[in-house]
Design a protein around this ligand. Sequence first.
Ligand SMILES: NC(=O)c1ccc[n+]([C@@H]2O[C@H](COP(=O)([O-])OP(=O)(O)OC[C@H]3O[C@@H](n4cnc5c(N)ncnc54)[C@H](O)[C@@H]3O)[C@@H](O)[C@H]2O)c1
Ligand SMILES: O=P(O)(O)OC[C@H](O)CO
Length: 325
Amino acid sequence: MKVGVVGGGAWGTALAQVAAQGGETLLWSREPEVAESIAATHENRLFLPGVPLSERIRPTTDLADLAQCDLWLLVTPAQHMRAVLEAAPPCAAALVLCSKGIEERSGLLLHAVARQACAEAEVMVLSGPTFAHEVAAGLPTALTLAADDEEDAEPVRARLARPEFRIYLSDDVAGAEVGGAVKNVLAIACGVVEGRGLGQNARAALIARGFAEMTRFGLARGARPETLAGLSGLGDLVLTCSSTSSRNYSLGKGLGQGRPAAELMADRRTVAEGAFTAPVLRRLAEEEGIDMPIVAAVDDMLAGRARVDEVLERLLSRPHRPERA
Ligand SMILES: NC(=O)c1ccc[n+]([C@@H]2O[C@H](COP(=O)([O-])OP(=O)(O)OC[C@H]3O[C@@H](n4cnc5c(N)ncnc54)[C@H](O)[C@@H]3O)[C@@H](O)[C@H]2O)c1
Ligand SMILES: O=P(O)(O)OC[C@H](O)CO
């Protein structure tokens, strides 16, 4: 199976590094300087500096080159995935979505976007607690690969898995996707807690009550509870809510320190998906009557509609109710 990675950011580059252990791997990047840097020095100086890359990674900026590949790993930011697929040659038989988010204008999870753009392809989701720099360094990592039919996913698992890159199969595609999309928003909230100095108890409470929000939204999308409690849900939530290695957590930390969202967003070249998922997730939750107060609080802080202390007071003065609700 020849692998083509679509997106030369940190995660696409780390995945290309994994795939290259099994044979030549194409890496499409939007930025010519990424392809030039990899071709000249075997390093992605823009998005994954300091990591020596395999000589089996073949960089390109021409989407047409993907026609040579039978397995595509899609790693563009969520809001750009549809446009990239529409500009690409006819889709490979197997598409693996590795991005995390919800398309803002349609409100669709990415597997639904991919199925609209590539009606003939088998669409799978690869997700879990995976900081790119750790994967690229060969540190142990476990993640979920979900396909409607697990048998279709097995050859993909066999092609990508390594002892230190451990892939568990699932047939819960929506469940595997919801966790990654929602945890990015919750990580912003946890970053705010650190930035504002609210303490470790508050962070743990946000993780647990955030997981309740993720579960409510996931169940409404047909996700299974055990998927949400697994690597792609709770596992990724814990990772991303724990460290400034997360771009979403760092963004939240800046908000907690009182910096305006617009200034924080203008400063970055890398993507903090939670900032784009928060408004659409809040909209969907409100339309469907799903209670997601932490997500609404993050959305209000990002949009500049409420200050940190205002959302804190709002969350702490909510009516008391049973934990299970
Ligand atoms: N970095 C990680 O550790 C990690 C891990 C798992 C999943 N992800 C997910 O992978 C996806 C990509 O993140 P990343 O970390 O590789 O990116 P990145 O933040 O390192 O780089 C930004 C990427 O966005 C691309 N981009 C910007 N504007 C674009 C446009 N108009 N069209 C197409 N592409 C555009 C850039 O080319 C670059 O590849 C995100 O959904 C992210 O949540 C990231
Ligand atoms: O840096 P973040 O916040 O985009 O998180 C990266 C990965 O999604 C962690 O699994």
